[in-house]
Ligand binder design. Structure first.
Ligand code: NAI
Length: 326
């Protein structure tokens, strides 16, 4: 089976090569290019396409892939908001994904963002290297007894809640699809009003697009911390900037950004950033942005490669698909 892998990064090749070797039937060709309407033609001569979070898998791309005889798109990620599923169905293209490669990787990154913002270890690191041991400006707060609101308590949300329980935080959860657990279930308005820290772990859908907007900020405590490691468009970035300026938002930790597909996963050093909203966002001292690295652990990369190759193998051999998106 010949697979073309788009948006390839050097760090993932060893994991995919090792798993492909183990499989024995699978040949992977890596392209650095993102999958778009302009690059879809590169899939000519392959059996399947392997894509990532910021690849474009819309109607146009799927129609081009169908014309090239591609019958399977294997996402090497959990989210599938970038896929036009109706168009995939129309073209009889099977879409598979990696639903849970390491929920703990993302949950732990979320904790890293919270602790960095609160305890300012990034600032301390620089100060100490310059022999500056002044503590002014580094004052943090305890997580113990803080109220943390978790919006979406699926695999990642639950892993995050488990860690928070260890900190002795008071955990509120808003998720229409979960039962009782090691948290207090509340509705969204109560969560927004009572939380000192709000973390987003729900998927991006039409109904969750800009879930955090001006109206949501108005319901929050002054100085609240917001953490988004889920998908950028859950948050209205312009509303965030207003909330930061008015000090409603005291801390913002992002691993995802609404317009990230133009920026993330590439080195733009030396270029002029054309995204004024992003530039404004990172100019605030209480904002920490990481470039979609929540998933980025050895354990997760290994699991992503393993499940993606198992998915492709099962599809190729016409075996039942555990991880089909529709
Ligand atoms: P999951 O499907 O296990 O859980 C999502 C939960 O959100 C479900 O329990 C669902 O009921 C809930 N939900 C849906 N709509 C909601 C709403 N309007 N309000 C409250 N809850 C709602 O998904 P999982 O694996 O926990 O992943 C969550 C998200 O994390 C993914 O959709 C993806 O966007 C993001 N992600 C980010 C990564 C990163 O590297 N930063 C890596 C992997 C996933």
């Amino acid at each position: 089976m010949k697979v073309v892998l788009f948006s390839s990064q050097s760090y993932e090749k060893p994991f995919f090569n090792a798993m492909a070797k183990k499989n024995g039937q699978l040949q992977i060709t890596y392209f650095d290019e993102k999958l778009t309407a302009q690059t879809a033609a590169l899939a000519q001569g392959f059996n399947a396409v392997c894509a990532f979070v910021n690849d474009t898998i819309d109607k146009d791309v799927l129609s081009q892939l169908a014309q090239l005889g591609i019958k399977c798109v294997a996402l090497r990620c959990a989210g599938f908001n970038n896929v036009d599923l109706a168009a995939a169905k129309e073209h009889n293209i099977t879409v598979v994904r990696v639903p849970a490669y390491s929920p703990e990787a993302v949950a732990e990154h979320c904790i890293a963002l919270i602790l960095t913002l609160s305890r300012k270890t990034h600032k301390a690191y620089n100060r100490v290297r310059e022999d500056n041991f002044d503590l002014n400006g580094l004052l943090g707060f305890n997580l113990h007894k803080k109220t943390v609101g978790v919006i979406g308590c699926g695999k990642i949300g639950q892993a995050f809640v488990n860690i928070l329980n260890g900190f002795g935080a008071n955990v509120l959860v808003c998720d229409p699809n979960v039962g009782e657990g090691n948290y207090t279930q509340v509705n969204l308005d109560i969560l927004l009003a009572q939380s000192d820290i709000i973390a987003l772990h729900c998927p991006l859908t039409e109904s969750t697009h800009h879930l955090i907007n001006d109206a949501a900020f108005a319901k929050m405590k002054d100085g609240v911390m917001l953490i988004n490691t889920s998908r950028g468009a859950l948050v209205d970035t312009k509303a965030c900037i207003q909330a930061l300026k008015s000090k409603k938002l005291g801390y913002l930790g992002l691993d995802v950004y609404e317009q990230e597909s133009e920026l993330f996963f590439r080195n733009h050093n030396g270029e002029i950033n054309q995204d004024d909203v992003f530039s404004r966002l990172v100019s605030f001292p209480n904002v920490l942005v990481t470039g979609h690295q929540g998933f980025f652990t050895q354990e997760a990369l290994n699991e992503i490669a393993k499940v993606t190759i198992d998915n492709l193998d099962a599809w190729y051999r016409n075996r039942p698909l555990k991880n089909q998106v529709f």
